[in-house]
Design a binder for this molecule. Structure first.
Ligand code: FAD
Ligand code: NAI
Length: 472
């Protein structure tokens, strides 16, 4: 890889080339700062582009189309004899998409005069970064250092991930065969997305979850409905349970599962086990102690509201600090910190950051859940609309799910939007915008929505907040 600008003195050195790091370096470059972005991976884009958002969404889309050929196509009069999966070709397609997008980051670096450096970075002192590159050690000096080193798989005590039969999300994105039986540990986002991919491709999928519900943090009514729909698709759930051990025997895994509160284990046989019990901040080898950068008990880098760490010229953004581990949260923080470093006002509105689970149906939420609003003692009203009553969903045979809007009973301000249904991930932007602009539910209800679109369900739900839903 060749970069045109070579220099050892920078205004900003960003460590980590994920959505936090690369966006920070690009925005810094746009603002006229001399920036470098370092990543130890040979391709930029971090977890998200290399082993996260992009490969998982590529496999989710491909496997959903395959499932549609069996479930929806025959009902639509499309004859699908002979449809089959060529897994190697599907993986090659995924790798091609990842390759093109990671190359795209290099292009954006060049365009914005950012120097991309491949190598492992260590902060030797405030203002000093050493990078172990293929060509040898390179010393950089920087007025500002931004740490964007992201996160890594949280280990499960007593379980060794080999990325072949006991896999993390990384292994689950690259299996060379469809496992007959897949046991997923953790009914969070990774477990349900990757579980969906392999179930659609032919695996029997069992999910073990520690809590008494799936997707903690998602509005409880939505989560309950979601579990029912996933069960109808063939996924099975063992809730309030934990995996306490696994043994490899005769080419299969024997997994010991105990009730969450302790007790006698039961044993389940599986071909592959996916560990998806969360991620932890990644700061290995960064030299934080020698640079005096403080971390909290969970290993996250502590920052103030402006993303400044315990050292004045060292900043941290993305998965490595507190908050949701989401690519677009890292991106928002990246823009804000670059603007603050450049002497502008940078700000992130965490209330408007949406969260999406890209299964079928999708789950997309932004703002407060009904449980949170209740707990805060806010008087509220709810408007709901099912996709079964939406014309476009009916024509597309995608009638599962609903839209739920929560608004303040006194002011009508929208507090939360929770959706489960077709393509709601692409529709949640409207709800984020409503929260960003402090919209009332009436603003959404009186905004024109093109017909026939799935988004009309949002308008009808908004009407429902004050009791005038028209199409149900
Ligand atoms: P990362 O993307 O983790 O990037 C950090 C980079 O820093 C890494 O490339 C690492 O190699 C590098 N690095 C670390 N230490 C050093 C060092 N000392 N020197 C040099 N380089 C270093 N989020 C979404 O919003 N939507 C999704 O659909 C989604 N899907 C996901 C699917 C999966 C399977 C996974 C695992 C995650 C997914 N996420 C998704 C989460 C998303 O990937 C992260 O929130 C996001 O990547 C965080 O960005 P980041 O820049 O903070 O860190
Ligand atoms: P998660 O936090 O979403 O879910 C982990 C689940 O595992 C929880 O339900 C938890 O209760 C359960 N659990 C924990 N320990 C357990 C145990 N011992 N036994 C059984 N269950 C246990 O974490 P996940 O799915 O690993 O994802 C990590 C992060 O990556 C998430 O924070 C998410 O934000 C991000 N991500 C985002 C995606 C998206 O935006 N679509 C997709 C994939 C990941």
């Amino acid at each position: 890889m060749k970069f045109s600008v070579m220099a050892d003195q920078f205004d900003v050195v960003v460590i980590g080339g994920g959505p936090g790091g690369y966006n920070c370096a690009i925005r810094a470059g746009q603002l006229g700062l001399k920036a470098a972005c370092i990543d130890q991976r040979s391709t930029f884009g971090g977890t998200c582009l290399n082993v996260g958002c992009i490969p998982s969404k590529t496999l989710l889309h491909a496997s959903e189309l395959y499932e549609d050929t069996k479930t929806k196509f025959p009902k639509m009069g499309i004859v699908t004899q002979g449809v089959a999966v060529d897994l190697a070709a599907m993986m090659a397609h995924k790798n091609k998409v990842v390759g093109e997008l990671t190359k795209g980051v290099e292009f954006l670096f060049k365009k914005n005069k950012v120097e991309g450096i491949v190598g492992a970075a260590t902060i030797s002192a405030p203002g000093k970064v050493s990078v172990a590159t293929k060509e040898g050690l390179r010393e950089l000096s920087a007025k500002h250092i931004v740490i964007a080193t992201g996160s890594d798989v949280a280990p499960l005590p007593g379980i060794t991930i080999d990325e072949k039969t006991i896999v993390s999300s990384t292994g689950a994105l690259a299996l060379s065969e469809v496992p007959g039986r897949l046991l997923v540990v953790g009914a969070g986002v990774i477990g349900l997305e990757m579980g969906s991919v392999w179930r659609r491709l032919g695996s029997e999928v069992k999910v073990v979850e520690f809590l008494d519900r799936i997707v903690p943090g998602v509005d409880a009514e939505v989560a309950k409905h979601f579990q029912r729909l996933l069960e109808r698709q063939g996924m099975s759930f063992t809730l309030s349970s934990k995996v306490v051990g696994v043994e490899k025997k005769g080419g299969e895994l024997i997994v010991a599962i105990e009730p969450a509160s302790g007790g006698k284990p039961q044993f389940v046989n599986a071909d592959v086990m996916l560990v998806a019990t969360g991620r932890r901040p990644y700061t290995d080898g960064l030299g934080l102690d020698q640079a005096d950068v403080t971390r909290d008990k969970q290993g996250r880098i502590v920052t103030d509201g402006d993303f400044r760490t315990s050292v004045d010229t060292i900043w941290a953004i993305g998965d490595v600090r507190e908050g949701a581990m989401l690519a677009h949260k890292a991106e928002d923080e990246a823009v804000a910190v670059a603007e603050i470093i450049a002497g502008r006002a940078g700000h992130v509105n965490y209330d408007a950051i949406a969260s999406v689970i890209y299964t079928y149906p999708e789950v997309a939420t932004v703002g407060k859940t009904e449980e949170e609003v209740k707990k805060a003692g806010i008087a509220y009203r709810v408007g709901k609309f099912p996709f079964a009553a939406n014309a476009r969903a009916k024509s597309n045979l995608t009638t599962e799910g609903f839209v739920k809007i929560i608004a303040d009973a006194k002011t009508d301000r929208v507090l939360g939007v929770h959706m489960i249904g077709p393509d709601v991930g692409n529709m949640i932007g409207e709800a984020s915008l409503a929260l960003e602009f402090s919209a009332a539910s009436e603003d959404i209800a009186r905004t024109s929505h093109a017909h026939p679109t799935l988004a009309e369900a949002i308008r009808q739900a908004a009407m429902g907040v004050t009791g005038w839903t028209m199409q149900m």
